[in-house]
Design a protein around this ligand. Structure first.
Ligand SMILES: [Zn+2]
Length: 388
């Protein structure tokens, strides 16, 4: 079954082309050409943009569901809402929880990862914690945060090593090298997050495999003083080392336009992944909600387009969807559309070593979205299947 998408502006990595057709067959893109070939199906893009599907490598949920609710329905609900807003693939993310909670959600993930439901593909899990610095806990549950525990992570790796794609941790804690060794054996990317590491520690961690920074500027150290002397932190190291990648919550609230512009200028589209870091309130009306598991999570309030702790002292996750991230980079940070799309598709795929996703190229998966000038998503196609 060959399908053509015609009458669209096709977003390639460095340019946007018109008067071309995009062809896909058996879930793979086969050609982008001015020529017309016979097809079984055709999709009229009606002058809109034809873009690679977005890949959100850090989301906790959406549509009222959190991945820590530990049910198949929760995973499908969240992945369906994300698809509605342009994500063709996501990396379900688990906040710090005890080992039983982690094992439970890994079991659920195993049941849903090959789902045929009309939702974003779930590529693998991101364990966000529990080996974090209490001083950078953010909205993470403090009672679950602790130092590296070799027995614990080895047990999780044994049952879920093939389910995890990334694991965020604080490398200033003792034992970070052993941790990096253990997870990289399973092709899991160790990421620096919720950490007070200083520059020299980040360099050592990078050499051990921690090449990616989890939500830069949220739970990451920066220049600080100790006994009158200044020390650089994760932020400076992320800028300094060209071989480090970062992800940013581009909901327009966690980071002001000035920082979005600075990060883009210093790191460029090939080193930045746009993430939602969305909690269950994404795609839902504002009001009271819960961060983490529905039964024992943290009560939060969603207002002004973001989740906040009840006392409004800190943000407690975003309610963004991927379309909003791309729209913000274009409107708030003056980033060209093709670069904004790269940061939401190809770069996150490359960071996690996911082949054949994130670009409109022959041989790549037919993960395609169609959106208008306002980045309002009209269609979502996952592996060649129109799901929205
Ligand atoms: Zn998160």
């Amino acid at each position: 079954m060959k399908t053509v998408i015609y009458n669209g502006k096709i977003i390639l990595q460095d340019q946007i082309i018109e008067n071309h057709n995009l062809y896909y067959e058996n879930g793979k893109i086969v050609a982008i050409s001015e020529k017309k070939y016979d097809c079984d199906n055709s999709i009229d893009a009606r002058g809109n943009y034809v873009s690679p599907g977005f890949i959100d490598i850090h989301t906790h949920g959406a549509g009222g569901a959190d991945f820590l609710d530990n049910s198949v329905e929760a995973y499908i609900t969240a992945a369906t809402v994300h698809a509605r807003y342009g994500a063709t693939a996501i990396v379900p993310t688990l906040t710090s929880i005890d080992i039983d909670g982690m094992k439970g959600t890994i079991d659920v993930f195993k049941k849903v990862r090959d789902t045929e439901a009309n939702c974003a593909q779930m590529l693998g899990l991101h364990a966000e914690g529990p080996y974090f610095a209490q001083s950078q806990k953010g909205a993470q549950e403090p009672r679950f945060i602790h130092d590296f525990d070799e027995d614990e992570y080895n047990e999780i790796l044994k049952i879920g090593g093939d389910c995890l794609l990334r694991w965020s941790a604080a490398p200033e804690l003792p034992g970070f090298e052993e941790f990096a060794d253990a997870v990289t054996k399973y092709d899991i990317l160790p990421c620096i997050g919720h950490s007070d590491a200083e520059f020299e520690c980040v360099e050592k961690a990078k050499n051990a495999g921690f090449t990616h920074v989890t939500h830069l500027y949220s739970g990451t150290s920066t220049v600080h003083r100790r006994n009158a002397f200044r020390y650089a932190g994760i932020v400076e190291a992320a800028y300094y080392f060209d071989d480090m990648t970062v992800e940013i919550i581009a909901d327009g609230i966690h980071l002001p336009p000035s920082l979005l512009k600075l990060i883009y200028k210093l790191k460029g589209p090939d080193k930045i992944a746009l993430i939602t870091d969305s909690m269950r309130g994404a795609g839902m009306p504002e009001g009271e909600s819960v961060l983490g598991n529905l039964n024992n999570g943290l009560p939060v309030i969603i207002e002004d387009g973001v989740a906040k702790l009840m006392d409004r002292s800190a943000f407690a996750g975003s309610v963004a969807t991927c379309d909003r991230l791309v729209r913000n980079m274009v409107n708030l940070a003056d980033v060209p559309l093709a670069d904004a799309v790269t940061m939401a598709s190809l770069t996150p795929a490359k960071i996690l070593n996911i082949d054949n996703k994130g670009a409109l190229k022959p041989g790549y998966d037919a993960d395609i979205i169609i959106f208008d000038e306002n980045i309002d998503v009209k269609n979502t196609i996952v592996n060649g299947r129109v799901i929205f």
